[in-house]
Design a protein around this ligand. Structure first.
Ligand SMILES: [Zn+2]
Length: 96
């Protein structure tokens, strides 16, 4: 058994190391990680709008874990992308 907790998590968008408060996507082929709402949004829109996207890459029933620990399931990457845009815009309004 590997030590999952010590594994470095790399953002699928910009390849930076993801902090514990990032986003995690679970799909059939494994997990993907994102630094923040912006990385998730841009990555999801890029994939969802790709011409001739293969069915196998549409991420059916993809599950997202938010920094709050809240989980959401999306029918496919198109649904994820729509949600991610709104989420990223809302996050941008917050003064942290
Ligand atoms: Zn990132």
């Amino acid at each position: 058994m590997s030590q999952a907790a010590s594994k470095r998590r790399i953002c699928s968008y910009d390849m930076l190391e993801v902090r514990p408060d990032g986003y995690t996507l679970a799909e059939t082929e494994g997990e993907m990680y994102f630094c923040n709402a912006r990385c998730l949004c841009i990555w999801a829109v890029q994939l969802a709008t790709r011409p001739n996207l293969a069915d196998s890459r549409k991420l059916p029933s993809v599950q997202l874990t938010q920094p709050t620990g809240e989980q959401r399931t999306f029918a496919d990457v198109g649904e994820l992308a729509k949600w991610s845009v709104v989420n990223a815009l809302d996050a941008g309004k917050q003064i942290v």
